[in-house]
Ligand binder design. Structure first.
Ligand SMILES: *Cc1c(COP(=O)(O)O)cnc(C)c1O
Length: 467
C-alpha cells in the first residue's frame, strides 16, 4: 500500500478510535508495536495492507475455528445474504436458527433441551445468571449470590464482571456488582496451598506431577465445599469455565477437579453454569470441555468459535427443568424478559450451521488428535528452556509462563512487560500471538498444520533466547 495512504489510515485510527483492552497512550506511541493494518486473510494467515503475511496463532482472539476464509462458511453466508440478512426473533422465526438449534442439541450433553440465542460470550453468561436467578423466584426462594472462582473470566458486561475473579479487570467495579463467592482457582503452579510442595524448576518429568495436582485439587475442592456448606441456600447458581480458565492464562484444572466441583453443586442443589465460550467446539480436543469429565451442567454458554469467527452469535443452552419453570399464563409475567436486537441473526446462524456441518462431515476432531500430540511434543521441548516456568495446555490451547528465575518460579516484574515484548518481537517472525501478563498464549485453529505449529514454537524459542 502507498505509504501516504497507510499513514493517513494510521492517523485516522489514532485520532478516532479507542481500542479494547488497550492502553491508548502506548498505542498512540506505537509501543509496543506499530498498528498492523489487516487487509485480508486465508487459512492460518492474516495479510497486512502491504501483503506481508502473519501466522495467526490465537485464532483472532479465540474465534476463528476452521481458519480464515473457510470456503464452506463463505459460500453458506453468501447464499444466505441473497435471502435475508436480518429479521427479529421476537415473534418471528427462521430456518437457520431452527436448524442450528437441532444441530446443537444433537452435540450438547443430552440433558440440555432448549437453546436461547444472543450475540456474544458476555450475554450468554448474563442470560444464564438471570435465568437461574429468576428460576429460584419461581421456587419461592430468594437467592441472590453466585459461586465463582478466583481468576475466572466470563466477559465484560456488568453481570459477567460480577462473577469475574480477575482483579486486574474486575476489582475497579467491585462496588457496583452483585455479590459472589470466589473459591480458590486450581492454579497448581502457583497454588497458595502448596507452596511448600512446589517443585522448581518445573521440568518435563514433573510438570504433570500427579501428587502436586491432586494436592492442589483436594485443597481447592475443600474450599468450594466450605462455601457451599455455609451458603448453599443463598446461592442461585455456580459458574465455571470447565477445564480451562483461559483468560487467566490457560489455567488448566487438575484431572477430576471439574467432576468433584459438579458433584458438590449437585449435592447442594445448586444449578451449574458451564461457560464454554472459549473451550467449546473442539478446542480441548473434544466437542465440549464438559465431556472430559462427563459433566451434565444445567446451563452451557457458547460463543466465540460457534460461527467460525464470522459473526457474533451466542447460545445459552439449558434444561427442561429450568425452561418449564418459566411457563405460565401471560398475565403471570413469568416470561423471560430478555433479548437483543441481533438475537439469532440469520447470517450468524448460517455460519454456525456450516461450522457444525464441517466439524461433523470432515472428521475435524478425529484429525485433530495427532495435531494435539504434535503440539504437546513441541511444548514439552520448550519446557526445558531456562525462561519457561510452567506450560499448561489442553487440546489446541496452551499457556507458556515466562519467569525470571526458573529455579524459584520468580516472575518478571510486570513493569518490564516481558510477555508483551516477546509478542511484539514475534511479529518480526511473521507470527501473531498475544500474552496474558507473562504467559504467552497459543489458541490454534483446529485446521492448523503441524509445520505451522512448529514454526510458532521455534520462533518463541528464538525470542526467549534473546531475553
Ligand atoms: C471471551 C470469553 C467471554 C466473553 O465473550 P465476549 O464475546 O468477549 O463477550 C466469556 N467467557 C469466556 C470463558 C471467555 O473466554
Amino acid at each position: 500500500m502507498d505509504n501516504k495512504i497507510k499513514t493517513a489510515l494510521t492517523n485516522s485510527d489514532k485520532n478516532n478510535i479507542w481500542h479494547p483492552f488497550t492502553q491508548m497512550a502506548d498505542w498512540l506511541n506505537d509501543d509496543p508495536c506499530k498498528p498492523l493494518i489487516i487487509d485480508r486473510a486465508k487459512g492460518s494467515y492474516l495479510y497486512d495492507v502491504d501483503g506481508k503475511k502473519y501466522l495467526d496463532g490465537i485464532s483472532s482472539l479465540w474465534v476463528t475455528l476452521l481458519g480464515h476464509k473457510n470456503p464452506r462458511i463463505d459460500k453458506a453466508v453468501k447464499k444466505q445474504i441473497d435471502k435475508v440478512s436480518h429479521t427479529t426473533f421476537l415473534g418471528l422465526t427462521h430456518k437457520p436458527a431452527i436448524d442450528l438449534s437441532e444441530k446443537l442439541l444433537k452435540i450438547l450433553p443430552d440433558n440440555l433441551k432448549k437453546i436461547f440465542y444472543s450475540d456474544d460470550g458476555s450475554t450468554a453468561v448474563e442470560i444464564a445468571l438471570k435465568m437461574a436467578y429468576q428460576y429460584w423466584q419461581f421456587k419461592n426462594e430468594k437467592r441472590s449470590f453466585f459461586l465463582s472462582l478466583k481468576n475466572a473470566y466470563h466477559g465484560d458486561t456488568i453481570g459477567a464482571v460480577a462473577v469475574g475473579g480477575t482483579d486486574l479487570f474486575h476489582s475497579r467495579f467491585r462496588s457496583l456488582l452483585f455479590k459472589s463467592f470466589f473459591a480458590m482457582s486450581p492454579y497448581c503452579y502457583r497454588c497458595v496451598y502448596r507452596k511448600k510442595e512446589i517443585k522448581f524448576p518445573v521440568t518435563a518429568e514433573n510438570f504433570k506431577d500427579h501428587n502436586i495436582q491432586m494436592h492442589c485439587r483436594g485443597q481447592c475442592i475443600k474450599e468450594v465445599e466450605s462455601i457451599l456448606v455455609k451458603n448453599n441456600k443463598k446461592i442461585a447458581a455456580a459458574v465455571i469455565e470447565p477445564i480451562n480458565q483461559a483468560a487467566a492464562g490457560m489455567i488448566i484444572m487438575p484431572k477430576g477437579y471439574l467432576k468433584e466441583y459438579a458433584n458438590l453443586c449437585n449435592q447442594y442443589g445448586i444449578p451449574l453454569i458451564c461457560d464454554e465460550v472459549a473451550t467449546g467446539f473442539g478446542r480441548t480436543g473434544k466437542m465440549f470441555a464438559v465431556e472430559h469429565e462427563n459433566i451434565k451442567p444445567d446451563f452451557i454458554c457458547l460463543s466465540k468459535g460457534i460461527t467460525g469467527g464470522y459473526m457474533p452469535l451466542a447460545v445459552t443452552a439449558t434444561t427442561n427443568e429450568i425452561y418449564s419453570a418459566f411457563l405460565g399464563k401471560y398475565e403471570e409475567f413469568k416470561t423471560f424478559f430478555h433479548g437483543h436486537s441481533y438475537t439469532a441473526n440469520p447470517l450468524a446462524c448460517t455460519a454456525a450451521n456450516a461450522v457444525i456441518d464441517t466439524l461433523n462431515q470432515n472428521k475435524i476432531l478425529q484429525k485433530l488428535q495427532s495435531k494435539i500430540k504434535h503440539l504437546e511434543k513441541e511444548l514439552t521441548s520448550l519446557l526445558e528452556h531456562y525462561r519457561v516456568g510452567n506450560i499448561r495446555h489442553c487440546g489446541v490451547m496452551a499457556g507458556i509462563e515466562i519467569v525470571e528465575d526458573k529455579k524459584t518460579g520468580k516472575p518478571y516484574d510486570s513493569k518490564l512487560k516481558t510477555g508483551a515484548k516477546i509478542c511484539a518481537n514475534l511479529r518480526k517472525h511473521g507470527i501473531i500471538i498475544r500474552n496474558l501478563g507473562n504467559t504467552l498464549v497459543l489458541f490454534l485453529h483446529l485446521t492448523m498444520t503441524n509445520r505451522e505449529t512448529s514454526k510458532i514454537i521455534s520462533a518463541i524459542k528464538i525470542e526467549l533466547d534473546n531475553l
